[in-house]
Design a protein around this ligand. Sequence first.
Ligand SMILES: [Zn+2]
Length: 216
Amino acid sequence: MKHKILNTIIDILFPQVCSICGKLNQEGLCVKCRNMLEKLAIFEVTNENKYFEELISIFSYEGMVRQLLLTYKFHEKPYMYGCFVNFILKNKKIFEKLQSYDTIIPVPISKKRMKERGYNQSALIAKNLSKNLGIELQVGCLYKTKNIIEQSKLNKEQRKENIQNVYELKNKEILNNKQILLLDDIYTTGSTVNECAKILQQAKPKKIDVLVVAKD
Ligand SMILES: [Zn+2]
């Protein structure tokens, strides 16, 4: 009985609808909208000369995908993670690629931002990918020590400056020799994931790649 009530509450808080068309859908993304997203997907894998090796981008940060990500991040719609997770898991190419990692780490947000937003958009995606792919999730190791101005409000040089020394690492032995997949929602100049990867290198992992939902 207790579970039933709890599930009802969860259903109200997290409506099972397609995040794009709004029709009832258990998985957060209907077949029609998924097909539409498939046409927009780029699946680009690029080698970056940074603290990480590969950058895997699923979409370009434009049009409908941009709108979708902004709504997910800024309009109190945590349940929209389902849309992105569903898309990633149902695509053979990306699904196979992701299975080669040991650990998935979402880019952390500050305590203050967490309090305001109520959720870390990248962590929700990472958590559900981890569950479905059977890859270990690490959310505590890498953390953000201070709240900073939103990177999106700054130019390239300012972003680099702004993100310096805001992340720290604990229990780094857990990540030693691991193949790490660092996950973020949007990639613009790459300053954020590069700074995270720089700190993660302290753990001497085998490899760090970055997965982003969309690349600007
Ligand atoms: Zn739909």
